[in-house]
Design a protein around this ligand. Sequence first.
Ligand code: NAP
Length: 313
Amino acid sequence: MININSKVFIAGHNGMLGSSIYRILKKKGYKKIITVDKKKLDLRNQIAVKKFIKKNKPDAVIIAAAKVGGIKANIKYPANFISDNLQIQTNLISSSHINNVKKLILFGSSCIYPKHLKKPIKESQIMTGLLEETNESYAVAKIAGIKMIESFNKQYNTNYICLMPCNLFGPNDNYDSQNSHFLPALIKKIYLASKAKKKDKVVKLWGTGKPLREVLYVDEVANACEFFLRKKTKKSLINIGSNVEMSIKNYANLVKKKIDPLVLIKFDNDKNLDGVMRKKLNLTLAKSYGWKSKMNFSKVLDEIIRDFKNSHI
Ligand SMILES: NC(=O)c1ccc[n+]([C@@H]2O[C@H](COP(=O)([O-])OP(=O)(O)OC[C@H]3O[C@@H](n4cnc5c(N)ncnc54)[C@H](OP(=O)(O)O)[C@@H]3O)[C@@H](O)[C@H]2O)c1
């Protein structure tokens, strides 16, 4: 199996999750980490990916590269979300197989489970109902990746897996006002409001604030990734989450308390921007393999707010 002397290719090492995996593998003593910038290798290019994997011969491939975005980006660019993700993962999975890569880890997301499910969501509930319309293209691409992995495992006896994280946050997050996920968006919007004069400290947030979200610090997922890199598992789809689940309104109030309690929070009450109401993951399978989140949410939230102020202002 994979160990610190194995050659590990991290695709997407500049992204939020990829950079965290890179840091964690380095910290754990991995000596042969392979990375390549998007400028030198566009992972949508099948021939170039084939050549790269053949030349570098990794023992393991981690697919942290993807077209990722928040609800508005998903609504506006469905073609990019389906086609980029299908191409990136198909190229990497098939090239890995041809070149005898021992372990491959793909990342799904809790938002690709059907929208009306009994919670907490078990891995076996994938493809058991209608998808959330706002991110259908992204979800279909990711589901195709999961089925591709399962099919390769069945036909070729490979040990490829897909980890399914809940909402993530951490260093190198995307703070773009249109494309970011909800937690970085809250931090940025509340911080900017805090800088206004007392009477103008108002922030308008999308949706009703009622949807519940489970969050996990990205380094926890990177730790899970390293854990499962070394582990042979029977199951190929594994949820990765935490015990922190609150409404968006409560996250907003917590962030406001940490940044500036005088900020007034208002929601635009547009239900179309709520997304799925709840998507709590069932974490029994990961636990049965020996992995569990150790996140101290308040502490990492403080770190992230500090990181945001240092690197984005
Ligand atoms: N963020 C979350 O809350 C969350 C939650 C659950 C699951 N996940 C999963 O975690 C994975 C990583 O997400 P992330 O949040 O780390 O995203 P991210 O920060 O946007 O990172 C994605 C990386 O992929 C690279 N990339 C995109 N298209 C590429 C291409 N054609 N060729 C080469 N590189 C390409 C991007 O490079 P550029 O920036 O240069 O385009 C970026 O470095 C995704 O599979 C996502 O579904 C994320």
